[in-house]
Design a protein around this ligand. Structure first.
Ligand code: MV4
Length: 452
């Protein structure tokens, strides 16, 4: 039986995004929500809605028993997890499948492997992806660490196997500080993830973050949809993403994309995935793989014309990929600005009532958001309230249009990051595409040091 009713185990703009794809496929949707989200747009638009708990995510959007119960009571036959929350929880994926519900996501074993950074790196290496030089697995003793670091050369980076978001990561400048920093990384990892396993890599000083979108059918067919450049980020939170990367040639894209797609075909990967690389001086180094749809997926949709959520649902339903690699064309340029309810310069959260809202529009402008005038942004969740995604025939025209669209956006009642984006689009390094993962934090620091 084909999927006919999807439970959307998420909130905000991504819940809306999933609802829209489902509706366009003639599939019904069931929203789940915390008591704090009873008035949210995703609840209003869905065909049905079930309250799954109190405001804290741990008791609602992360409450597996309540979500499964909601799916059964509402007669769902599939669950889409969106991003964040339970999207990369292999146990949850297994429980969904054990309840005879279709899991709209990768195979649980692949979620589990990629969630363990040491296992992920070993798998990536075996599949032919280029790795950052470093330990071939977990590093148990300081003596082993010393030997490996001497081999690859300082500075090195000690990373947590269960890591993510940069926690439990330490840059070690020389051998003298190895023992201290390694034990610090271990205890940080232990308290953050309950796992003190660490590994070692050569520290790349000034790389870009470039990630490839891939898609598999779970039966040995896989394609890539090009890359996104996500180097503009602050404290591991992406601020602006673009596709294609300003630094890749079509040949480099095709070469690296093919390596990624072949790797995914070989592992029998199912659904959407993102392979993250650091890029420095023309070379790619695998760092992690994300086994979910990503926040920034719309920039890929804009330059390929492919609906990634529709594709996820099709593949979960056992269908073939809707297109072959040779059918995919990369055309033009797209940029996404993440608009957060926060002070644009201090980044302090700014939840509360939206007193007025006007979304940008016009040609090649997309706004993914659950905002409306009168909506009260709850203080319990992520501060991202909208994504503004703009397309242009080339990067310069995309930026001109993005400036125009940012000027049109009106959000009153709360502070937003719109002024930050406007200021970014006046920076020569952003306009030229000549930025690395360090650029934004350095620019913010210089800016705050200057008198107003
Ligand atoms: C690195 C690195 C430099 N060298 N690995 C940050 C979190 C995790 N996703 C991997 N991260 C990094 N790994 C080596 N060998 C620098 C970072 C890093 C980073 C990576 C991508 C995007 C933003 C970043 C910000 C700071 C550090």
């Amino acid at each position: 039986m084909p999927i006919s009713r999807i439970l959307i185990a998420n909130r905000g703009e991504i819940a809306l995004r999933i609802h829209r794809a489902a509706r366009e496929m003639g599939i019904e949707t069931v929203a789940v929500h915390s008591t704090a989200d009873a008035d949210a747009m995703h609840v209003r638009l869905a065909d049905h809605a079930v309250c799954i708990g109190p405001p804290p995510a741990s008791e609602s959007y992360l409450n597996i028993a309540n979500i499964i119960a909601a799916a059964e009571i509402a007669g769902c036959d599939a669950i889409h997890p969106g991003y964040g929350f339970l999207s990369e929880n292999a146990k949850f994926a297994e429980i969904v499948e054990a309840h005879d519900l279709v899991w709209i996501g990768p195979k649980p074993e692949h979620i589990r492997t990629m969630g363990d950074k040491v296992a992920a790196k070993a798998t990536a290496g075996a599949l032919g992806l280029p790795l950052v030089p470093g330990s071939s697995g977990a590093v148990d003793t300081v003596d082993d660490a010393r030997r490996i670091a001497a081999e690859i050369g300082y500075p090195v980076l000690v990373k947590a196997a269960s890591g993510g978001g940069g926690r439990g990561m330490k840059v070690v400048p020389d051998e003298g500080q190895l023992e201290t920093l390694m034990s610090q990384a271990r205890s940080e990892a232990k308290s953050a993830f309950g796992d003190d396993t660490v590994y070692i890599e050569k520290y790349l000083g000034n790389p870009r973050h470039i990630e490839f979108q891939i898609f598999g059918d779970g039966r040995g067919q896989a394609i890539h949809l090009g890359e996104r450049d996500c180097s503009l980020q602050r404290r591991h939170q992406k601020v602006l993403e673009e596709a294609p990367s300003p630094v890749l040639s079509p040949d480099e894209r095709e070469r690296m994309g093919r390596i990624c797609a072949e790797a995914m075909a070989q592992m029998g990967y199912r659904g959407a995935g993102t392979i993250e690389f650091l890029w420095e001086n023309g070379a790619f180094y695998f760092i992690e793989m994300n086994t979910r749809l990503q926040v920034e997926h719309p920039v890929t949709e804009m330059i390929t014309g492919i609906d990634l959520v529709r594709e996820q649902i099709r593949v979960a339903d056992g269908k073939d990929l809707s297109c072959r690699q040779e059918d995919i064309r990369f055309e033009g340029h797209a940029i996404e600005c993440r608009i957060n309810a926060e002070d644009p310069w201090t980044f302090a959260p700014s939840p509360g009532a939206v007193t007025y809202y006007h979304a940008a529009g016009g040609m090649h402008v997309r706004v993914d958001s659950g905002l409306y005038a009168g909506y009260r942004i709850p203080p319990y969740y992520d501060s991202m309230i909208a994504k503004l995604i703009v397309y242009g025939r080339d990067r310069d025209r995309c930026i001109m249009r993005l400036r125009r669209a940012l000027d049109e956006m009106v959000i009153e009642g709360v502070k937003t990051s719109i002024p930050l984006h406007q200021a970014l689009l006046d920076q020569p390094d952003v306009l030229s595409g000549g930025y690395s993962i360090k650029w934004l934090e350095e620019w913010l620091q210089e800016r705050s040091a200057k008198p107003a």
